[in-house]
Design a protein around this ligand. Sequence first.
Ligand code: FES
Length: 144
Amino acid sequence: MSFEPKIVGFLCHWCSYTGADLAGTSRIKYAPNVRPIRVMCSGRIEPGLVIKAFENGADAVLICGCHPGDCHYSEGNYKTMRRVPFLHRLLEEYGISRERLRLEWVSASEGQRFAEIVNEMTETARRLGPCRIRESIALDPAVR
Ligand code: FES
C-alpha cells in the first residue's frame, strides 16, 4: 500500500482559507491530503502549534497567510515570516527536513494557486516518507 502523507494546513481566515474555499467552489481538483485548520491570522501560529502538529502525526505542515502588506492585523504575517526560519532550524535539530514545513501567501482569489501548492507539498511529503519526529523528540535528553 502506498504511503499517503497527512498534512496539517494552518490557513488564515481572511485570505488563505477563502482561497482554499474558492478552490473547492471552483471544483479545482487537488490532493486531499491537507487537513485545514482555520486561524484568524497566520501570526497566531506559535511555534508550539507547529511542533504539536508534527508530534500528533502530521507528516508535513503548511502555513498559508495573506500576502505581505495585506494582513488584516497589519503585521501578523511578518511575525510568521520570522518564525518559520526558526522552526526550520528547530526541525533540523531533530533530523527533520525543512521541506516538511512550508510557508506560502495565498490570497482569497488564488484558489488555483492554493491547489498547486497542496499538490506540490503532497508530492514532497510522499517523497520524504513518514515523519519520525516523535522518535527524535523521545531520544532528546533535554525533553525527557
Ligand atoms: S490576517 Fe491573514 S496573515 Fe494575518
